[in-house]
Ligand binder design. Structure first.
Ligand SMILES: C[S@@+](CC[C@H](N)C(=O)[O-])C[C@H]1O[C@@H](n2cnc3c(N)ncnc32)[C@H](O)[C@@H]1O
Length: 332
């Protein structure tokens, strides 16, 4: 392919990205993958079990086959190994919550041009995050879908020896607390989060039989007393949703909650110095622009400056994955 054609193909691929995204979102919305037990079904049979139009179903399912989510043989469709692992609710590897959660932002993203013109988040309600049980469960179990791999990567590069009491600030499904407690038998964790989110955390803690070492503490982290004398405060995927001043406020509170010699560790999206890479972080920064009042992705240098201003010493950072990082500081 000529370089010119390749460049044009790239543009078409980017602009057409919404089509594949929406097809996957709708397949999840319809719970389509749950309706395809082995050895599969024809489009007519699947349409009947989903209660949808059969002509539309066959066109739609061919696209899912081309996306690698279904397999089509002799006119019958079945789940591909990818879909069977991640998108069927009964699978132990199910991670459909995060896909359903992402789909909820479609209407907000449709206002991107307006957001950029006005510099304000989309005016689409976000009450599904904290005011609706199903929306909150998709969000918080979705964070667990993402975090369960990430927690193991963090454990490879972060040493929790000597940490007796950890505060997991905005700890969501307690994903990280659970992983840390499993690896460090001396570690006790307190997951501070909003009451609706803690219902999911509590379920996850019980599934993992860690009730005696991972506790929950309901509260709004901007308003509530965080507790004190923690050896480590873990702040994962929180700062990007807030303005710079709110982040600084949270780090000041964190400093007060730590024991002398205690550490704060921030886990978030990674930005290179000029904020123009990696791609996943830049896209997520736009997501925060669209769906939050003052959030965006912050670089390790910005976070390190805030830690210094809050009084922390021994500030350092480490890369976790190709687009996430840890920034750490100690209370002297
Ligand atoms: C993006 S999730 C991160 C969850 C978890 N730390 C992780 O990395 O998987 C943000 C978390 O912050 C919590 N949260 C948001 N605003 C909060 C507030 N004002 N006070 C306490 N928790 C809050 C949410 O309920 C959610 O669990």
């Amino acid at each position: 392919m000529s370089a010119e054609k390749k460049d044009f193909e790239y543009l078409m691929q980017v602009v057409g990205g919404f089509q594949g995204a929406k097809i996957l979102m709708v397949a999840c919305e319809l719970d389509l993958f749950d309706h395809l037990p082995s050895p599969g079904k024809s489009a007519v049979d699947l349409a009947a079990s989903l209660g949808v139009d059969s002509r539309a179903a066959s066109i739609f399912m061919d696209s899912l086959a081309a996306l690698g989510l279904l397999e089509k043989k002799n006119g019958k469709y079945s789940n591909s190994p990818l879909a069977a692992t991640y998108l069927v609710k009964e699978s132990p590897g199910y991670r459909g919550h995060i896909l359903k959660h992402m789909a909820r932002f479609w209407d907000s993203w449709s206002q991107l041009a307006q957001v950029i013109k006005q510099g304000k988040q989309a005016d689409v309600g976000q009450d599904f995050l904290y005011d609706q049980e199903e929306g909150n469960r998709n969000f918080i179990w979705g964070m667990n879908d993402v975090g369960r791999d990430r927690a193991l990567e963090v454990l490879e590069i972060l040493d929790f020896s000597g940490v007796k009491h950890l505060l997991d600030l905005g700890g969501g499904a307690a994903t990280y607390s659970i992983a840390f407690a499993k690896q460090y038998p001396e570690l006790q964790s307190t997951v501070l989060d909003l009451p609706i989110t803690l219902k999911v955390a509590q379920e996850n803690i019980e599934i993992n039989q860690l009730e005696s070492r991972v506790k929950t503490r309901p509260g709004d982290f901007f308003e509530a007393e965080l507790g004190h004398d923690y050896d480590l405060v873990w702040i994962s995927q929180i700062l990007h949703a807030h303005s710079e001043s709110a982040c600084k406020q949270l780090l000041d509170k964190t400093y007060q909650a730590l024991a002398v010699g205690g550490r704060v560790v921030i886990h978030d999206f990674l930005f290179e110095q000029d904020h123009a890479a990696p791609l996943k972080s830049t896209l997520f920064a736009v997501h925060m622009l669209v769906v939050t009042e003052g959030g965006r992705v912050y670089s390790q240098h910005e976070i390190a400056d805030w830690l210094k201003t809050a009084g922390f010493i021994n500030i350092s950072w480490k890369q976790v994955s190709d687009y996430t990082m840890l920034v750490e500081g100690t209370r002297p």
